[in-house]
Design a protein around this ligand. Structure first.
Ligand code: SF4
Ligand code: SF4
Length: 392
């Protein structure tokens, strides 16, 4: 296993971090839950084979991921690894969930629950989960960082960080606001400039903040390249899987401390550990020819999109709350990656948050604003039929 420095915290972490958001599942009646036996086996295998970084969150797997991780690490493994978990602002404000009187009471109550579930007395790095433009304002207003500092002073947590989904300007604002121990952003070979961007990677490195990458395989979509993409990879003299190409893209950045991958099977885990243990799995691992191949792969993926939505968001807001570019993005992912399974799963989350295409009342107000002249209402019907119905 290759190891890298973790910002200013003074320890090294495995370049591969095991994400505990896609643990194996079994169906029980009409729903699924974590297959604990299999998940424990995978977590213990990882810890026994050089992985010392485990990422989870309060909400993963219907709030059971932390518990499963804690069970797996009990009995000697916990002290050998770093546990990183997250509390979302929405949970801090949910009075029913926390049972407290206000946001800060809830934050503390939720952390106490997390510690119990993880069967540990401290969290190595505690994150504010999924900061975005609006939650950032609330995070400052409610003085969440100050509360996290109290947790740290009490020895309940050791580092303070945040995970981020959104555009670069807010990322930069958050990064510069505080002396964070770490930040976590999305980066993969086709979304180089989509969310926080490569500039965010450079900024975090300059500041000495540990940088953790999530979604290097874009929810697993880059693992099995469709034929036009595989054709490009096959032109290269050295044969590599789509998974290895995708990991190498992020391993190449010297600023990156660890790369999270949410594994579902022991075979995937073993394959990932093998890739991250190669001598060449280090910063600067891509030569110029390899960078050109990745750029061609990116262009080819983008050319496979079937709805010409650029994600400009001019059509928003929809009066019914439909996340029009988000929905089209899921549909395009299904076409681009040759499988609709991951897209259908994430569409279920859009539906849960009241943003899916079923809410469209066909008023067509959005269509007048779309520079791509997309028949939005009609296309939303098509996408909904294709993406609906995922159960877990
Ligand atoms: S047509 Fe549908 S998506 Fe567009 S604004 Fe009206 S309700 Fe929203
Ligand atoms: S305005 Fe058109 S191109 Fe832009 S996000 Fe909306 S649907 Fe996509």
């Amino acid at each position: 296993m290759q190891y890298r420095n973790y910002g200013k915290m003074g320890f090294k972490v495995s370049a591969f971090g095991m994400g505990c958001m896609r643990l194996p599942r079994i169906f029980v009646g009409d729903h699924s839950e974590v297959d604990r036996e299999k998940a424990w086996e995978m977590i213990r295998y990882a810890a026994d084979n050089g992985v010392n970084y485990f990422d989870t969150a309060y909400g993963y797997h219907n709030k059971t991921s932390e518990e499963v991780l804690g069970e797996a690490l009990e009995g000697g493994l916990r002290e050998k690894v770093k546990i990183v978990t997250k509390q979302p602002f929405g949970t801090m404000t949910d009075l029913k969930t926390g049972g407290g009187k206000n946001v800060l009471d809830n934050a503390r109550r939720n952390l106490e629950n997390t510690l119990k579930k993880l069967r540990t007395s401290y969290i190595d790095v505690y994150l504010i989960h999924n900061i975005g433009k609006s939650t950032w304002e609330d995070t400052k207003k409610e003085k969440i960082i100050e509360e996290y500092e109290k947790f740290r002073a009490e020895g309940l947590i050791r580092g303070i960080g945040y995970s981020y989904h959104g555009r670069y300007p807010t990322f930069k604002e958050v990064l510069d606001f505080y002396d964070w121990d770490m930040c976590q952003i999305q980066q993969n070979l086709i979304d180089v400039e989509r969310e926080a961007t490569e500039q965010a990677i450079r900024d975090a490195g300059k500041k000495g903040t540990a940088l953790v990458i999530m979604e290097p395989l874009r929810g697993g979509n880059l693992a099995v390249p469709p034929a036009p993409i595989q054709g490009i990879y096959d032109e290269y003299k050295e044969k590599r899987s789509g998974v290895e190409w995708a990991f190498r893209h992020v391993l190449n950045y010297p600023e990156v401390s660890t790369i999270l991958s949410g594994v579902t099977t022991l075979e995937q885990l073993k394959d990932n550990i093998e890739i991250f243990s190669k001598p060449e799995a280090v910063p600067g691992c891509l030569n110029d020819e390899e960078k050109k191949i990745i750029a061609r792969v990116r262009d080819k993926y983008n050319s496979l999109k079937s709805i010409p939505c650029t994600g400009c968001e001019y059509c928003l807001p929809c009066p019914k709350g439909v996340n029009i570019p988000g929905v089209f993005g899921k549909y395009n992912e299904g076409i681009m990656f040759g499988t609709f399974e991951p897209a259908r799963r994430s569409y279920m989350f859009q539906a849960r948050s009241g943003q899916d295409a079923s809410l469209c009342v066909e008023c067509r107000a959005c269509e007048k604003k779309c520079p791509q002249h997309i028949e939005i209402a009609r296309q939303l019907k098509v996408t909904h039929e294709k993406l609906k119905g995922w159960v877990e």
